[in-house]
Design a protein around this ligand. Sequence first.
Ligand code: FNR
Length: 437
Amino acid sequence: MPENEPAPEPHPEPDAAPASVPERAPAAAPAAQPPAQASAPSPAQPPVPAPTDWSAFQYEIYLNGMTGTVPRLPTDLTRLEEVAAARLGPGPVGYVAGSAGDGKTARANREALDRWRIVPRMLRDVARRDLSVELFGSRLPAPLALAPVGVLSIMHPDAEPGAAQAAAARGVPFILSSASSTPMEQVAEAMGEGAERWFQLYWGRDRDVTESFLDRAAKSGYSALVVTLDTRLLAWRPRDLDQAYLPFLRGVGTANYFTDPAFRAGLAKPVHEDLNAAVLHFVSLFNHPGTTWEDLAFLRERWRGPILLKGIQHPDDARRAADAGMDGVVVSNHGGRQVNGAIGAADALEPVVDAVGGRLEVLFDSGVRTGDNVFKAIALGARAVLLGRPYAYGLGLDGQAGVDHVIRCLLAEFDLTLALAGYKGPGELGREALSRG
Ligand code: FNR
């Protein structure tokens, strides 16, 4: 049940300074610059797509300003939370912005990224940049995916299909949460064939339901499985507790379960005849603190594609993930929503990369808000980052268009940060690009 105000006002604070006349308008810009490989294509290989000129978004914004149009949402993505708090309902905003306990881990996430500083290099040729990265056999246009965020319908009626379509339109992978408010098949259909999508698993108590989820996800074209390990119980979250706000208890964020044949087999009556019983059944399956490393074999046997473990923060756990035949880890603390008083996720990144970077893919989330955050995570060894809260705010404030705005702002800022610091793409970044602040 969306509680937000449906029609956000345009962002009311245009920059007072006159926009400089762009030297290159986006239409005139060489937006499609062929990468080196494309100059001599082998007949056996499909042509490599031209890299996207993400930075051109700034000229598009300035040009729109010539006719009096300013962006509907802030272009500094750290401001989205404040704008969302002013315009959307306290329940949904509290749910998205809230963290575990008094918020120490969420603050640590931002501080850990801020402690690293970029050391710009001069007079390097950065005219042709390519942000694309190779991940699990696919070439992504940038080292970015949208993180699994549950119950998106509380933010906006566009919900998961809107966010997923925004991601698909930019070629960015969308990771659908188990706790989606839209069934996975509908989200897949909205994205369309060929759009990169992954499925995030909350690994509940009922193995039949888990098997059924894996089966449905594979059939609907989700190519990778992201198994979230840090949420086997829900943490103490005062912002939700103070409002007694938990959408799942109203049957919101349970769509994958309520449409699942194995889940429904455990109910005495159909969901629409006894919603409370269905919700209680969902709650009884969700908490599952008894799983251990040995149980991963169950998933490995049943999922053919890549499996990533999300929530890894210790190098030994990363090693165990590699030993268990996993394909990747996401260094993450769930945006500080689970263990209060934990280390900032970026502080866990280097040790994990050092432990397993050569054996599996290391991805990163928790605290990513700005282009320099992406730069730093990649320089510390992440292959790609997941974006969480900012796109949920973008969705809440302007539906699918808001998610598109957020993706474009983040990648334009990342592209410009790379160029201004003297780098042509993520592949050139290493720790020497950073200094401990
Ligand atoms: C999440 N996250 C999350 N993770 C997951 O694996 N499954 C889920 O259903 C959810 N749901 C969810 C809801 C909300 C409202 C938030 C804010 C987050 C965690 C998410 O994938 C990611 O790890 C964090 O969002 C990263 O932190 P920041 O960068 O958003 O602060």
